[in-house]
Design a protein around this ligand. Sequence first.
Ligand code: FAQ
Length: 313
Amino acid sequence: MPIEDLEKAFQNKIDNEIKIEPRDWMPEAYRKTNTRQISQHAHSEVVGMLPESNWISRAPSLKRKAILIAKVQDEGGHGLYLYAAAETLGTGREQMIDDLNSGKAKYSSIFNYPTLTWADMGAVGWLVDGAAILNQVMLCRTSYGPYARAMVRICKEESFHQRQGFESLLVLSKGTDEQKAMCQDAINRWWWPSLMMFGPKDSESTNSDQSMKWKIKRKTNDELRQNFVDMIAEQIKLLGMKLPDPDLKWNEEKKHYDYGEINWEEFWSVVKGNGPCNRQRLDARNKAHNEGAWVREAAIAYAEKKKNKQTAA
Ligand code: FAQ
């Protein structure tokens, strides 16, 4: 079949909400951008374990420690489903991990900020998981089947993460003056970086137009960001805290909250590797990878031994 006909049939499937599966014909650019997005997403989950694991040994109670361990473990699991989904497009996991460890591949800018106090665990759960969910609920309907199916389970776990983050901040917000101040300080530091998670504004988003046509994305970066602002501006009232934005205001005409300008210079600087913790995160990933080499070697040796036994029998 000529390429134009294949492309037409492909777009037709997408327009009719038929999922694209690994063995289906797809344009190379569709394969490439899905591999890019899914692997970046997987890397974000894996690097995202680092800021939170920083607090496992210092969680204020056994209950909080157990919750945090479970959450960090969930993020590791999300990374694994996502690497598996990305592999169905033809790129091996080793290649993707090498690209992360060498600094070639991107991961979410948010995980290059430090977690300075216990309240940051609440703010990460409430704001970072909150932003992640809004984006990921949309991705449950993405056009590539393996990605959409991975997202369904991930979303169930992320929504629990967000609630535990909010509940943890709620406790601090009703605590001593020091605890209240710690809660407000964490919100102040995480608010703007959370807004940056949705990516550049639509006018500067290089991938959005094509990704919307292919229904990889169903909402633009700015649409999702606005949904997030509207949700958080209401939820913060329950905490009795403030968002650090003097321009945040309900707009009756638009039926949305207006909000201030994001510092895009900071965003691009973090994306390009110059955020407060970029170096530290990559060093930690490389260290874990190098120190885990013997586990991979042992797993390969065991699989070989099992195979040899089976052929001998
Ligand atoms: N950070 O053209 P667009 C989580 C890059 S998971 C770094 O608009 P696109 C769970 C972008 O890659 C959080 N880079 O790109 C958790 C592109 O560069 P490229 C991660 C960014 O793909 C919670 C360039 O800028 N979620 O949090 C960022 O259409 C708590 C131009 O941008 C996902 O990955 C950024 N924030 O839209 C874990 C969701 N934004 O690749 C632990 C899936 C943009 O052309 C604790 N991903 N860039 O060189 C997506 O939905 C999309 O990829 C967007 C970006 C919306 C992130």
